[in-house]
Design a protein around this ligand. Structure first.
Ligand SMILES: *Cc1c(COP(=O)(O)O)cnc(C)c1O
Length: 388
């Protein structure tokens, strides 16, 4: 179609649309569909964050444009959070950039640092935005090798020499969506040294940095020595503070990369609404008790589901963080056919692993984004269907 660019015409189809169509059809027939496909928290934004927003909305000084890179209060709050939480020093003026949600930042980052035809290493399975952003930038994505057997730790040794030399950017995502894989700080040390050896940027997407269980604490890639020479990290308030619709996140790390994205964005947007930035600063400056309380809720749901999966004979690793369970589909199914089976016979939506890349085949992703009572209902329905 002449009205639509080749880049748009050649984008892969939006992954959830087919299931959403089926969901609607079932609901019209009166089926009570339970949606475990949506990767977003169901819990409300903490009260103290809403209070700050309301207060700031009433101040006319906040009805103006923000500075392009975000208001200083927000950037300072991000820097203080990195200092307190990770013992990482950041200059709020040159090493922190406010984003209108990290998704926007991820997509724009690719445009800001790669040229058409360049190579970008992308996790497979992974959050689809990395690959589509590379496509929109006219660059080529190459799989960063991941393997269930190794708990989806990045296998830098398995990147071909040619790809490693050509790559200009590499995405990592720990704690991970969709696999819920986590890493220890040693993996980030290796990532930075791989980036140094092949002179590329490494961007860790830390959307789930605070969504962790028991005593596991997700490391920051910026804790690796000399990380700031090669690394940047994306952060988001969406998952940790249940603020998905607010659209607020940040990029931190390497000054040159931060500046490049800031320059690109200053030609596209004018940052986020000031009251949202200030409310997000309040969230980051908090004692994180609300985050801990949310994590308890997710963990209870996760334990319940894992116990049921164990009884059903469905294999899944016990995650240390994120709001997802990544489970192996029973042998006679593909990820799509099992997801279809669950929708048609149990009225339950899950996401087929194949939607996140070829290496996700044979798995499904379950989002822990419904109440414990609804999960009981999911489990009851799954137990009454003949899966095997
Ligand atoms: C949800 C999610 C994001 C996007 O978060 P926003 O800040 O709301 O744009 C980014 N990366 C991953 C892996 C996610 O799951």
């Amino acid at each position: 179609m002449a009205f639509v660019s080749e880049k748009i015409n050649t984008l892969p189809p939006y992954l959830f649309s087919e299931f959403q169509k089926k969901k609607k059809a079932l609901e019209e027939k009166g089926v009570d569909v339970i949606d475990l496909g949506i990767g977003a928290p169901d819990l409300p934004t903490p009260e103290f964050v809403i209070d700050r927003l309301v207060e700031e909305v009433r101040n006319p000084l906040n009805h103006r444009y923000s500075t392009y890179s975000g208001v200083k209060e927000f950037r300072q709050a991000v820097a203080d959070f990195y200092k307190d939480h990770y013992k990482v020093d950041l200059d709020p003026d040159t090493e922190v950039l406010a984003l209108i949600g990290s998704k926007e930042g991820i997509a724009n980052l690719v445009q800001a640092v790669v040229n058409p035809g360049d190579t970008v290493l992308v996790p497979n399975p992974g959050y689809p935005v990395y690959r589509t952003a590379v496509h929109l930038a006219g660059a080529n994505s190459v799989d960063l090798p991941l393997d269930a057997v190794n708990g989806y730790q990045p296998l830098f040794d398995q990147v071909s020499k040619n790809d490693a030399i050509k790559a200009k950017l590499m995405f990592l995502n720990y704690p991970s969506n969709p696999t819920a894989a986590t890493v220890n700080s040693g993996v980030f040390l290796k990532a930075v040294s791989f980036a140094r050896n092949h002179q590329m940027i490494v961007a860790n997407d830390a959307a789930y940095d605070l969504v962790t269980f028991d005593d596991y604490q997700a490391p920051s890639i910026l804790q690796a020595p000399e990380a700031k020479d090669y690394a940047v990290e994306f952060g988001s308030l969406s998952k940790s503070f249940n603020m998905t619709g607010w659209r607020i996140g940040y990029l931190v790390g390497n000054k040159t990369v931060v500046k490049a994205l800031s320059t690109l964005k200053s030609n596209i947007d004018t940052s986020q609404f000031l009251p949202i930035q200030r409310a997000a600063a309040t969230a980051l400056k908090s004692d994180l008790e609300t985050v801990k309380a949310n994590n308890k809720v997710y963990q209870e749901r996760m334990e319940k589901l894992l116990k049921a999966f164990h009884e059903l004979g469905i294999e899944a690793e016990r995650p240390k963080g994120t709001i997802f369970v990544w489970a192996k589909v029973p042998n006679k199914y593909t990820s799509e056919s099992f997801a279809n089976q669950l929708l048609e016979h149990a009225g339950v939506i899950v996401t087929p692993g194949s939607a996140f890349g070829s290496v996700g085949k044979g798995y499904i992703r379950i989002a822990l984004s419904v109440t414990s009572n609804r999960l009981d209902e999911v489990i009851k329905r799954m137990k009454s269907m003949s899966i095997f």
